[in-house]
Design a protein around this ligand. Structure first.
Ligand code: FES
Ligand SMILES: [Fe+2]
Length: 356
């Protein structure tokens, strides 16, 4: 594990700035959506590592360094051939372990080159491809974040992709500081938050706010509140947000559950998947319907909150990227903070980067 949190500057130890901290690589990160990897290889990135993802003939996901051991070009430009990935340049084929398995122009007196690129543990679960890019021996000891609502027939999912040119800490702080509802006033997401309790341990920070929600999903037509503002009425609801390192989980009342799967790309770029679930639990009659019909409802309503979610993401990304730019221009400038949840978040980011 890299320890980049303490830098030695001319003999003096100096803390790395929060906006330059690394990540704990010994965690499972959602590096792509399942649907992004079909028959072609996909180039992806986590913390400055270029990765290629591809499916073998059984559909299983494999993850390798995205470089051909022959001349270092990107394997992701190549093609999948059975269980192997074939480089675009001279057609060398590599297996899932990253070993050279076939070269068509090998002469009779030549052996396959004994070269190997790094392979990474990868899993596919709940609509995402998860990668473990740290110490491989730890992979099976660490759980990946469960999203039970993904398959559950009572939840309707919407996914919005966040691509922002900023350090991941800006995104997490945005997600944990519910006072920024001010920014989303026109999208009517939540209102009047007041931080109530704060809990923290070495893996997570949970902030509970008293807030108000515009939505109540208790009638069959309530889903249309996602589309029509005039149907919304403010009412009190508890709002809970948790930084479950390295991801984020939130509930608003009992109707909404939101996840943010964070995949830091570099010190100044972050990709994340925001997954919004609307609960249909209030409709007990639904449970009596045949499973195929409930599945049909779930699938047809997939993406119902797309416009809302994408709108919120656009507003957040603009702010987060401005924060990053301001930091790059003047990293010495002091910021002022009123929300005590953010101190806990920064502490967790630092301890995971240092000791992870
Ligand atoms: S560079 Fe990949 S096969 Fe030659
Ligand atoms: Fe936001």
């Amino acid at each position: 594990m890299q320890n980049n949190a303490i830098q030695s500057v001319s003999g003096r130890e100096q803390k790395t700035h929060i906006r330059e901290l690394g990540i704990n690589l010994d965690r499972w990160y959602a590096i792509a959506r399942s649907t992004e990897v079909q028959t072609q290889p996909l180039a992806a990135k986590i913390w400055n590592r270029a990765i290629v993802l591809f499916r073998d003939s059984a559909g299983k996901i494999n993850a390798l360094e995205d470089r051909c051991p022959h001349r270092q070009v990107k394997l992701s430009h190549g093609q999948v051939k059975g269980d192997l990935i074939e480089c675009a340049y001279h057609g060398w084929r590599l297996n899932a372990r990253g070993e050279c398995a076939e070269v068509d122009y090998l002469a009779e007196n030549q052996k396959l080159p004994n070269c190997k690129i790094r392979s990474y543990p990868a899993k596919e679960q709940n609509g995402f491809i998860w990668l473990f890019s740290g110490d491989e021996t730890q992979a099976e000891k660490i759980d990946l974040l469960d999203l039970p609502e993904w398959e559950h027939l009572n939840y309707i999912a919407t996914v919005s992709v966040i691509d922002c040119q900023a350090h991941y800490s800006f995104l997490i702080e945005n997600l944990m500081d519910m006072y920024h509802g001010h920014l989303h006033d026109d999208w009517q997401a939540w209102a009047n938050p007041v931080l109530d309790t704060l809990e923290e341990n070495e893996h997570q920070v949970t902030a509970r706010y008293q807030a108000q929600s515009y939505y109540k999903i208790d009638k069959i037509w309530s889903i249309s509140q996602l589309f029509f503002k005039s149907l919304r009425r403010l009412h009190p609801e508890p709002l809970e947000v948790s930084y479950v390192y390295p991801h984020w989980v939130s509930t608003l009342g009992s109707d909404f559950k939101i996840y943010c799967l964070v995949c830091p790309v570099s010190e100044t770029a972050t990709r994340a998947y925001l997954i919004h679930f609307t609960s249909l639990n209030a409709f007990w009659r639904l449970h009596k319907l045949p499973v195929w019909f409930r599945r049909f409802i779930k699938d047809s309503l997939f993406g119902a909150a797309q416009k809302l979610l994408d709108g919120l993401v656009r507003q957040d990304v603009l702010m987060i990227e401005e924060e990053q730019q301001a930091f790059l221009q003047n990293s010495e400038r002091k910021s002022y903070e009123l929300n005590r949840a953010l101190a806990s978040v920064q502490k967790l980011i630092r301890s995971q980067a240092e000791n992870g």
